[in-house]
Write a protein that binds this ligand. Structure first.
Ligand SMILES: C[S@@+](CC[C@H](N)C(=O)[O-])C[C@H]1O[C@@H](n2cnc3c(N)ncnc32)[C@H](O)[C@@H]1O
Length: 168
């Protein structure tokens, strides 16, 4: 597969998973987390589809399109390993949709980062929340965690990762 095909498939899978999670959340209460602002593309998609929701955004730097920069009160700037615990202290377990798009060119480091942030993300997830990520977000088996959810039609396994947190 050419790199162009692979890129298009990755973004198609990302959009399909975002749309599936948005539909599954529906009108349920809770805020949204965008972990990895990057260029701001997926933030913009979430913001357009989830009008009126608070979306809290995480990145170590602002590199987004100027139209896709959240206001300061919704921005956690710094390393995820520090800003996610800070967000958990400030916001609590109220996120109903969490999107983590954290990958870099280094596949092994990206997977490691997914493993590191999984429990930090779990501390922010409301019961019944939907979590999606470009990296696996494994939780220890004894954690009050989430279960993998089925991917939307056309999305190959491992291309994206979708989970739902247990209801209480
Ligand atoms: C793949 S990009 C996000 C793309 C974005 N979702 C979009 O649609 O434009 C990943 C982002 O994660 C950020 N990032 C990676 N590791 C990080 C870390 N440990 N702490 C904070 N930000 C990090 C990078 O700065 C980068 O902007």
């Amino acid at each position: 597969m050419s790199r162009l095909d692979s890129f298009i498939r990755r973004l198609s899978a990302q959009r399909a998973c975002l749309d599936a999670a948005i539909a599954a959340v529906g009108a349920r209460e809770g805020f949204v987390l965008e972990i990895g602002l990057g260029n701001g593309r997926t933030y913009d998609h979430l913001r357009e589809a989830m009008l009126g929701r608070a979306i809290h955004v995480f990145d170590r730097q602002i590199n987004a399109h100027p139209d896709c920069v959240p206001d300061e009160s919704h921005l956690f700037l710094g390393d995820f390993r520090e800003t996610l615990p800070e967000a958990a202290r400030r916001l609590g377990r109220g996120a109903i949709l969490i999107h983590a798009d954290i990958g870099s060119g280094d596949a092994s480091a990206s997977r490691g980062l997914g493993r590191t942030i999984a429990p930090l993300v779990a501390a922010l997830a409301a019961p019944g929340a939907w979590i999606l990520s470009d990296q696996p977000l494994p939780l220890p088996e004894d954690a009050d965690g989430w279960r993998p959810a089925g991917l939307p039609p056309g999305v190959e396994a491992e291309r994206y990762h979708l989970y739902q947190v247990r209801e209480e």
